[in-house]
Design a protein around this ligand. Structure first.
Ligand SMILES: [Zn+2]
Length: 456
């Protein structure tokens, strides 16, 4: 990934810092892409004067980047019970089109779109370990290379997938490409961790779900490779919660905690059906909950009580998951709207003194960075210079304060409101377009046409 060859001094007319909104901020970025210090004004000539209000780059804690290929192509009702499970069969068919080279094409395109959507770091929940003749390490390295090509920070989360259901049911044919033994997964993670630049990339681990692994096997796995971020799907679908109860007599979260102690390394994805009575204790663990509003809506998962969890001191982050939506602002809007629909109130997730945009953006970006183990998600000394510049001349933003602009982006966002996106002090998106969009387009179009034809 391109990095600065020398420190650079920036100046922003307004900036959402860890301490809140500040006017006329100077900041120096070192060669690792980290902010050295923030100052009021620069006191010296800035090399780069940013044209609009600056906010932290959003952190996306949960992505399956290959699913971008099928976005919108699952919109015909399969039968009366069209559901997550019928969608999943279609998703498995998408994987049949991919080899590791095509996965690389797709991932570079997907990461590029996420950057245009205001994300600067992605947690990739990576489970297509066996594609064509590629080894699991080759497949994983395609993802690492694609993120570097597009220019986003990445936490790669190699997935452990072993079973098709509770009670060690064997995987079916379509799931065979996800399966690794414990030792294969450990070797993969140790190999990938060698030589990784911690400033821009982390390698975590992701037991897929309580149905796809045996929770009793997790302590021994985490003993070996659990010193980084640990992500897991926890309670996405009512059917899997029922299956968990029937198998173990326990709710999914209780089953997990019978074997492991949750802490700040953990990010639980889709805690949708965790019982309300467990929220206080879950918040106290320090684990971040990864909520994926557009995908959870698209798949009919249900709504997690975000408002109550935040009131209990819990931390949440957002994920684009199936990548049917690539705008961070749209994801936050849906997060808030889901709570409004559930509670019959407005501005549910706004902290008292902040507008909704500021409160939501700041909380989720920082929580997300913690969940990915990256020094990002907040514009302060020692953290990465990953940021988004708003287009203050946009008709809906012109004349507003920076705080109002962020409220508009989150509640009424539309194309053209993001002027530029910078990762580690390097420009990736200019005038709303990724610098490599045109170069990446033809290969992605070929793949998309192939999928559309196979689906018709
Ligand atoms: Zn997922």
């Amino acid at each position: 990934m391109a990095t600065l060859n020398r420190p650079r001094l920036f100046r922003a007319p307004a900036m959402l810092t860890a301490a809140g909104w500040r006017q006329d901020v100077g900041f120096r970025v070192d060669v690792h892409g980290s902010i050295e210090q923030l100052t009021a004004g620069t006191g010296e000539a800035a090399e780069v004067t940013l044209p609009g209000a600056v906010i932290p780059g959003m952190v996306n804690v949960h992505s399956h980047i290959h699913q971008r290929l099928m976005a919108g192509l699952s919109a015909r009702r399969a039968d009366q019970s069209d559901s997550f499970w019928t969608w999943r069969r279609q998703m498995y068919r998408t994987l049949e089109l991919l080899d590791d080279e095509r996965l690389g094409v797709l991932a570079a395109w997907g990461f590029m779109e996420l950057l245009e959507g205001g994300y600067t770091a992605v947690g990739e929940f990576h489970y297509p370990h066996h594609l064509a003749a590629a080894t699991p390490a080759e497949s994983a390295r395609r993802i690492l290379a694609s993120a570097a090509q597009a220019g986003c920070a990445l936490t790669l989360l190699p997935v452990w997938y072993r079973y098709s259901g509770f009670g060690r049911q064997p995987p079916d044919a379509a799931q065979a490409r996800f399966v690794l033994s414990r030792d294969e997964l450990i070797d993969l993670i140790i190999e990938l961790r060698e030589g990784v630049d911690d400033h821009v990339c982390r390698i975590g681990v992701a037991p897929h779900s309580l149905r796809a692994v045996d929770v009793a096997d997790l302590p021994a796995l985490l003993e070996r490779v659990g010193d980084g971020p640990i992500h897991m799907h926890i309670a996405e679908q009512p059917d899997e919660v029922v299956a968990c109860r029937e198998h173990s007599g326990l709710e999914p979260l209780d089953l997990l905690e019978r074997h492991l102690e949750l802490d700040r390394r953990w990010c639980l994805i889709h805690a949708t059906h965790v019982p309300a009575a467990r929220l206080n204790a879950l918040a106290a663990t320090g684990a971040v909950l990864g909520i994926c509003p557009s995908t959870e809506a698209d798949l009919g998962d249900g709504l997690f009580p975000v408002a109550e969890f935040l009131s209990a001191g819990g931390r949440v982050a957002i994920g684009s998951d199936s990548n049917i939506e690539t705008s961070a602002a749209a994801e936050l809007r849906l997060l808030e709207w889901g709570q409004r629909l559930r509670l019959g109130q407005r501005n549910v997730l706004a902290a008292d003194k902040d507008g909704l945009g500021t409160a939501l953006w700041r909380h989720t970006a920082r929580s997300g960075a913690d969940a990915l183990g990256l020094p990002a998600g907040s514009l302060e000394a020692g953290r990465r210079a990953d940021f988004v510049v708003l287009q203050g001349q946009h008709p809906l933003l012109a004349g507003l304060t920076p705080q109002q602009q962020l409220d508009v982006l989150v509640t009424a966002g539309m194309p053209g409101m993001i002027e530029s996106v910078w990762v580690g002090g390097c420009l990736r998106v200019s005038e709303g377009r990724h610098l490599d969009r045109d170069a990446l387009r033809p290969a992605f179009l070929d793949l998309r046409r192939a999928l559309a034809l196979s689906d018709s």
